[in-house]
Design a protein. Structure first.
Length: 120
């Protein structure tokens, strides 16, 4: 369905830009579909309670092996992690999970550089 990603140079972290709204993975998917994606454009969503949503527990999320559809500068070589919220509105649970999750992703992709398009 999606094109495989050949390299993984980056782990791109971004936000939904939705302030303190408590969105579900479905809400984020609807936002992505509104901008032309088939399902979620990212690989993972970190919800406000710290739960991580990915392909294993939400099939509309992209698997790690395929390109993202979030930012044309990085789609072909990055894993995308989206936090629900905005820079001043991330929860402590999201911040705690993100740190460990970046380390987890760097296990199979040790050369991947975290790029933060949001302030966490």
């Amino acid at each position: 369905m999606y094109r495989p990603r050949d390299t993984t140079a980056n782990i791109v972290v971004m936000g939904t830009g939705t302030g303190e709204d408590d969105l579900s993975a479905w809400d984020v998917e609807c936002m992505d579909r509104d901008r032309g994606c088939n399902g979620l454009g990212c690989h993972y969503v970190i919800l406000r309670d710290g739960d991580v949503v990915g392909h294993r527990n939400y099939p509309a999320a992209r698997s790690e092996e395929v390109v993202g559809n979030v930012d044309s500068r990085y789609n072909d070589n990055s894993i995308f992690v989206t936090l629900v919220g905005s820079d001043d509105w991330y929860t402590e649970a999201q911040r705690e999970v993100l740190s460990g999750f970046i380390e987890y992703l760097q296990g199979p992709y040790p050369e991947a550089e975290p790029l933060y398009q949001t302030i966490v």
